[in-house]
Design a protein around this ligand. Structure first.
Ligand code: ZN
Length: 284
């Protein structure tokens, strides 16, 4: 079976230190957390930026600062910037992170409605918007990780493939977040299997499961030959009622389970090969 790519999402675009004081918000904290996770086996760092007040930021210079600091500590890790941003950001603001020219970006494959602090928040990703971003990604040589929240969003992936806007292998991340957003699925092994069975040819898949179903979901992905993501963006608890101490703790657990299952961990160089990325890490 292919080696396992571990992505860590250390920060996220919603909750902050109020949810878990160990969640890294500032560039130096994010780089330090990335370094610990890279040492433990993570090959991709999924980056969100925060302002000095800890709130989600769409300032591309903050993204660039974080990318540079991560690169300094982790010479070969793959750096992936979010285009999901945070609540209240416009589509244009969310795309600012691409100006920092990461190696990869996340890209939600459809419009979502979430709820945050009592307000409805719209994340617009219309088909034309997705085409625009995909073209920018091709121009800037940024590989999108397509965030797929339901079966219909695989049609968006197919649409981009048919228009020649994606390069092989097509990298989809199945995101299960239950009631947190309209359009997202709860995690179940059956839902996961169904999405895997409906992937376009030449696909590689990853899984992100928010909250308490994370361990069964990521373990099942290891068994199916998929990859996985962990980190404070997806979960602030290590287990029920117990806050996680660090992002590292999640990565170490994933590595332990993979070892037990006989699934070797990909190095960043091996992850670059699996995903068709340049073997020369981008520096800024
Ligand atoms: Zn994110």
């Amino acid at each position: 079976m292919e080696k396992l790519i571990i992505t860590v999402a250390p920060t996220g675009g919603f909750h902050g230190k109020e949810a878990n004081p160990a969640l890294p918000e500032q560039p130096d904290e994010i780089a330090q957390s990335a370094y610990e996770c890279w040492n433990a086996g993570a090959s991709i760092i999924h980056v969100h930026a925060r302002g000095k007040d800890g709130r989600p930021s769409s300032d591309w210079e903050v993204f660039k600062d974080i990318n540079c600091r991560i690169r300094e500590k982790c010479p070969d890790v793959i750096i992936q910037n979010t285009t999901g941003g945070g609540p209240g950001m416009t589509f244009e603001q969310r795309m600012n992170s691409l100006n920092a020219e990461p190696e990869m970006c996340s890209l939600n494959m459809g419009t979502m409605v979430g709820e945050w602090q009592g307000q409805e928040v719209l994340f617009s990703n219309t088909p034309r918007e997705l085409e625009r971003v995909s073209k920018i990604c091709l121009e800037k040589n940024i590989k999108p990780e397509m965030e797929v929240y339901n079966l219909g969003m695989l049609n968006s992936v197919r649409g981009l493939i048919e228009k020649g806007l994606l390069e092989k292998p097509y990298y989809s991340n199945f995101v299960f977040m239950g009631a947190v957003a309209v359009g997202a699925l709860n995690y179940s092994h059956k839902h996961f299997m169904y999405l895997v069975d409906n992937l376009p040819p030449d696909s590689v898949f990853n899984i992100t499961a928010i909250g308490s179903r994370q361990v069964p979901a990521t373990t099942f992905s290891m068994l199916l030959g998929g990859h996985l993501r962990v980190g404070f963006e997806d979960n602030v608890y290590y287990r029920k009622g117990e806050l996680a101490e660090s992002n590292l703790q999640f990565v170490e657990r994933a590595v332990r389970i993979a070892n037990e299952l006989g699934r070797p961990i990909a190095t960043p160089a091996e992850a670059r090969e699996i995903l068709g990325l340049s073997d020369i890490p981008r520096v800024w």
